[in-house]
Design a protein around this ligand. Structure first.
Ligand code: IPD
Ligand code: CA
Ligand code: CA
Length: 257
């Protein structure tokens, strides 16, 4: 499964890079003006799903653009064919392909590929996480004021009361700096390899976080919801950190909405 997941992520990632200025169609999803899907998102998903079905026809699949598999299987591939579509359609080279595998309700494998930087993040349950074959770990910074943080916002920011803007403001005063990259999967990978100390966001989908959750955990990081409770990829809020600034970040999150 690991080899197939890596093969899928790299081949669809290379396809994304080759087609970055060749988008033919852009559609709004669920009538939201900011929530877009291109023909390239759909083709990237096709490349991945075709390969999975060739190798594992009995497995389940959930993928952002609607592909599905055998839902009675205990093994589920969770796929985001482009994480960072808004960046992609502006030719901003910050996007990724994310593939997580859940078995009996537990994520056992995570692969995220960032084609622009040719960076492949891989984690296997209980075996650690690697970036381009080298073991990675979270940063050792334990002071929030010296921490670089990252976040994202929901597409329906105008009408969504949980838009995270207050959290963003609060962290600007408590951290070294705050970034918004536009790919939750990469945000998680960058926490895992120590580029960021922490990441928080609300209302993400399982395909945004399935692979990244395992990559952070296997790098020694910590993941919870905003109250510090156990986090599942189907939950409302995610906080992922190097572990050392986790409690301080929870305290700041408790001050906002
Ligand atoms: C989005 C990205 C972004 C996050 C959004 C996601 P998409 O995924 O991960 O960073 O802020 O909430 O929906 O739509 O580019 O696959
Ligand atoms: Ca996504
Ligand atoms: Ca996507």
């Amino acid at each position: 499964m690991l080899n197939v997941a890596i093969e899928c992520a790299i081949s669809s990632g290379k396809f994304l890079l080759q087609n970055i200025d060749k988008i033919n169609s852009i559609e709004e999803k669920s009538g939201e003006i900011r929530n877009l899907v291109t023909d390239i998102d759909k083709k990237s998903e096709e490349i991945i799903v075709k390969k999975i079905k060739e190798h594992f026809p009995s497995h389940n699949i959930i993928a952002e653009e609607g592909s599905s598999g055998n839902n009675s299987s205990d093994t589920k591939w969770i796929i985001d064919p482009i994480d960072g579509t808004t960046n992609y359609l502006h030719s901003l080279p910050l996007f990724s392909v994310s593939i997580g595998i859940e078995k009996n309700g537990e994520i056992i494998l995570g692969v995220i590929y960032e084609p622009s930087r040719d960076e492949l993040f891989v984690a296997e349950k209980n075996c650690g996480a690697k970036l381009n074959g080298k073991k990675i770990s979270v940063s050792k910074q334990n002071q929030l004021i010296r921490s670089l943080l990252v976040t994202g916002f929901p597409y329906n920011i105008n009408e969504n009361p949980k838009n995270c803007i207050q959290h963003f403001n609060n962290f600007l005063f408590e951290a070294q700096a705050v970034r918004r990259l536009g790919s939750a999967a990469l945000d998680l990978c960058y926490v895992a390899c120590g580029r960021f100390e922490g990441f928080w966001e609300v209302q993400l989908k399982p395909w945004d976080v399935a692979a990244g959750k395992l990559i952070v955990e296997e790098s020694g990081g910590k993941i919870s919801d905003f109250d510090g409770n156990n986090y599942s990829i189907y939950d409302e809020s995610i906080l992922a950190t190097n572990g050392l600034v986790h409690n301080d970040m929870i305290s700041v999150l408790q001050k906002g909405k």
